[in-house]
Design a protein around this ligand. Structure first.
Ligand code: 5RP
Length: 263
């Protein structure tokens, strides 16, 4: 592997083979999401717990301190919105020059397998891989489902992950689901787990992250369940302990409560 690619991967996947990414990219299609009104302010206290931050260029340039050490995974797909016709209608939004300018350690793109825009988004991934690999920049493909929540089955996600891996994604981000091992087994590149809407119960998040890691995911790319929590730092520290320190969900919950009560 080219040195630059190995170096960027090593910055975003730690020596234990695991990773913890903070997702703060929601504004690119959702607008000013609750608690993400100022994305830099939301992200900065959490950066010490995570291995990379997933953000679009607008949030980075407008709100993130360029002195941070945390690697950037640049969200490079868009062109849709919550109030538009179809969430799947995405394309690549950044030129390769802009990706390099921002010093991205990796880029992330959504792919909508099985949607009306399947071909467009798979080809966008493919072209992005061609452009980024010329400069040793790894690509994370996101198996996006838009509003079609029912798609989150092992059968569908295994198919979507494999399609993304075959186009050259270095890492695939997908949802945790029943029979998640099947998704991992069918995907020749590492998988990170996406989150979803804020859960009622904090332990639930720790449990699905723990289960996903046990079943072969190398880490997570989580947003709302961290920064919409009443103790974002407590949740980030608890997830870091599960991902990198082999904490059980119960042990991590203890850590979370301690931090929440002391804040
Ligand atoms: C949005 C994304 C998010 O990065 C992903 O969904 C993770 O965030 P959350 O945990 O809030 O769902 O890709 O398109």
């Amino acid at each position: 592997m080219e040195w630059g690619m190995a170096n960027r991967l090593a910055r975003t996947i730690k020596p234990d083979g695991k990773c913890f990414y903070l997702a703060v990219d929601h504004g690119y299609f959702q607008g000013p999401t609750h608690r993400l009104e100022n994305p830099g302010q939301t992200a900065e206290p959490l950066l010490k717990y995570v291995d990379a931050v997933f953000m679009p260029r607008g949030s980075i340039r407008a709100s993130l301190n360029p002195n941070i050490d945390t690697p950037i995974i640049l969200r490079v797909s868009g062109g849709n919105s919550m109030v538009g016709e179809d969430l799947a209608n995405e394309e690549v939004t950044n030129s390769i020059e802009d990706i390099i300018r921002i010093n991205a350690s990796a880029v992330g793109i959504s792919v909508y397998v099985g949607s009306q825009y399947e071909h467009q988004t798979i080809m966008a991934l493919s072209k992005l891989v061609n452009d980024c690999y010329d400069y040793s920049i790894p690509v994370m493909a996101v198996t996006a489902v838009g509003r079609e929540e029912e798609k989150k089955s092992a059968r569908y996600l295994a198919l979507a992950c494999r399609v993304c891996a075959e186009q050259g994604a270095a890492v695939v981000k997908t949802y945790y689901c029943e029979d998640f091992e099947k998704v991992v087994r069918g995907c020749p590149v590492p998988i990170v787990i996406a989150g979803g809407p804020k859960t009622e119960n904090d332990l639930e998040v720790m449990q699905f992250v723990y289960d996903g890691i046990q079943q072969g995911a190398i880490g997570v790319n989580l947003g709302r369940n961290i920064w919409q929590n009443d103790s974002p730092e407590g949740m980030a520290r608890a997830l870091q302990a599960i991902i990198h320190e082999n904490f059980t969900p119960k042990e991590a919950f203890g850590l979370y409560e301690e931090m929440k009560n002391n804040s």
